[in-house]
Structure formats: C-alpha cells, structure tokens
Design a protein around this ligand. Structure first.
Ligand SMILES: NC(=O)c1ccc[n+]([C@@H]2O[C@H](COP(=O)([O-])OP(=O)(O)OC[C@H]3O[C@@H](n4cnc5c(N)ncnc54)[C@H](OP(=O)(O)O)[C@@H]3O)[C@@H](O)[C@H]2O)c1
Length: 284
C-alpha cells in the first residue's frame, strides 16, 4: 500500500502522517508550502496543484484528500478550494492511476444545504461519486485532539480571560477523537468494506456546546459569557478576527446530528470517549 495525502500540513493530515510513519506505510505527502517529512514519505510541494504530479504519484493505491477550508476569504473561497480543487485532485488521481479516493466532507452536507460551506462540500461529494473512482466520503463533526481548531479557538479565548458562547449555547456537538479518525482513514484506505460509501464521522455522544466549553475549561475557570446570537453574527460578518466566523456559527446553530452506528459496524472500533481526549491532551 502507498498512500497519497493532500493538505499534508493540516491538522488531520499531520496526525495521519505521524500514524502512518509509525507503521512505515509509504506515503506521498502533498502540501502547498515546505514541511518536514518522515522516513516513509516522499514530499511534493505545489502551490496550487496545477503541475503534472503523476510521475511522483506512481503506484499510489489511494488518495486521501484533506485540503479544505472552513472559513472563506476573498482569495480562499469555498467554491474554489472545497469544490474546484477536489475536481482537480480527481483528475490528478485518474491520471496517476490511483483507484481510490477518500474525502472529508462535512456533517450537514446534503442536497438541501443552503450555506456556501456545505454546498461546496456537497458539490465535491457529487463530483467524487460520478468520477468512477472507488470512494469513501466521510462527513465529520468536530474532530478533537491536541491543536484541533475548536480547542485552538477556545484556548485563545481562555488566554484573553473570557469565553464567549454565542446564543443559548444549546447546540449539539458530536466530537470524535483524532485518534479514531486517523485509524478510520487508514482502514478506509486498506479495506473494501468502506468502498463507495458516505459515512458520518461522529462520536457516540452528543453534547451541547455550552457543556463542552465547561468541560474544556474545567481546570482554568475563565469567565464564560453568553452573547446574543445577533451580536455574534454581526461581529462575525464585520470583524475578520471575531471569535466565531459566520460559518462557525452556521455550523453550531445548524444542529447537525449524525449517527456513528454504520461506521462502528464497518470499522469494528471501540470509539474513544472525547472526555478522555480532553484529559489526555491536557485540554481541560
Ligand atoms: N477538523 C475538523 O473538525 C473537521 C470537521 C469537518 C470537516 N473537516 C474537513 O477535513 C479536512 C481536513 O481538516 P483539517 O482540520 O485537517 O483542516 P486544516 O487543518 O485547516 O487543513 C487544511 C489543509 O488545506 C490546505 N489548504 C487550505 N487552503 C488551500 C489552498 N488554497 N490551496 C492548497 N491547500 C490549501 C492547508 O494548507 P496550509 O497548511 O498551507 O494552510 C491545510 O494543509 C478538510 O477538508 C476539512 O474541511 C474537518
């Protein structure tokens, strides 16, 4: 097995690459800026995935496509990165004779999606399904581990002394441990059981955002302040450095819930409780 990974410098990819290095699985790691590699890796640095990469991807059996944006800006928007770049990765995979693609979409992506983020992820899903490649599409909830995005955000707020909870804080989260996610990505690359499937990548427990924040901050005891949701949205729209971006709020308020049942059956994994991750990663 030889695995190609895009977005090599991102949170999920970094954890996955570390895991694969311990197994000594050959990896082609692709990123847009220079990065350190493990012994098992070949590195590709490409600014916009436009050059012909096929000679470097020779004999890869699977492409794990982990480039994605959860917050858009003028020059890094959802349509171009989440959708058009995925289309490009499909072309690159086909040219390189890679037979399988694994993609992280988002929990909430569907044909009924109304927000730019989920629409871009859903468009990418459709493109993958019609590509003819063997595929596994995961729809993750919040992936939790050292230096995940939500923890980083909360840590920043703790540092400032106050954590803001937008609105009621009564929004459901289904956190899943990064350790489970990387095992599942690896299984999906190796096993036919995941072929041509769309699977929710969610933990077994549903917890409200407010409760999650309280667990996360248990030992730090910062001030926790609820703000009116209208104020949170106004800040998100006008202030690029606000605690929550517009899409963070959409995802929180959207109440997206999945089921871990199918994935548990296929993976045979005993999922880690996210509370242990909070403890073991010294997050709480
Ligand atoms: N983490 C979660 O909780 C979560 C939840 C749902 C879905 N997902 C999806 O899972 C995938 C991996 O997530 P992650 O948490 O690892 O994301 P991440 O840490 O933000 O990493 C994203 C990767 O995409 C690359 N990237 C961003 N814009 C790019 C561009 N214009 N051209 C080329 N590369 C670009 C980044 O490169 P740089 O390092 O150079 O910036 C980085 O390597 C993403 O598709 C994400 O949407 C994640």
């Amino acid at each position: 097995m030889k695995i190609a990974i895009t977005g090599a410098t991102g949170f999920v990819a970094k954890n996955l690459r570390k895991f694969l290095s311990k197994q000594n699985i050959p990896v082609v790691a692709i990123g847009r800026k220079n990065f350190p590699t493990y012994k098992n890796e070949i590195k590709i640095v490409t600014k916009n995935y436009s050059e012909d990469l096929s000679s470097k991807l020779i004999n890869c059996s699977c492409m794990i496509h982990l480039v994605g944006v959860g917050k858009q800006t003028f020059d890094n928007n959802f349509y171009e990165i989440n959708y058009l770049l995925t289309k490009k990765i499909l072309q690159i995979s086909k040219k390189s004779k890679i037979k399988k693609i694994i993609f992280n979409s988002g929990l909430g992506a569907s044909k009924n999606s109304t927000t730019d983020y989920f629409i871009s992820k859903y468009l990418a899903e459709k493109e993958i399904i019609k590509s003819g490649l063997d595929y596994t599409i995961f729809r993750p909830s919040y992936i939790i581990g050292t230096s995940d995005h939500l923890s980083q955000n909360l840590k920043k707020q703790i540092h400032r002394g106050t954590i803001i909870i937008p609105g009621s804080g009564n929004f459901p989260l289904q956190p899943i441990s990064i350790n489970d996610v990387i095992k599942i990505l690896f299984h999906a690359a190796a096993s036919k059981k995941y072929s041509n499937k769309i699977l929710d990548l969610v933990g077994t427990e549903i917890i409200s955002y407010e409760k999650f924040v309280k667990l996360f901050t248990a030992s730090k005891k910062p001030i926790i302040k609820k703000t009116n949701i209208e104020i949170a949205y106004r800040d998100a729209i006008r202030n690029p450095t606000s605690q929550y971006g517009v899409d963070d709020l959409h995802i929180l308020v959207g109440n997206f819930i999945g089921s871990s049942k199918k994935l548990k059956q296929i993976s045979n994994l005993e999922f880690e409780n996210f509370r242990n991750i909070l403890k073991s990663s010294s997050l709480s």
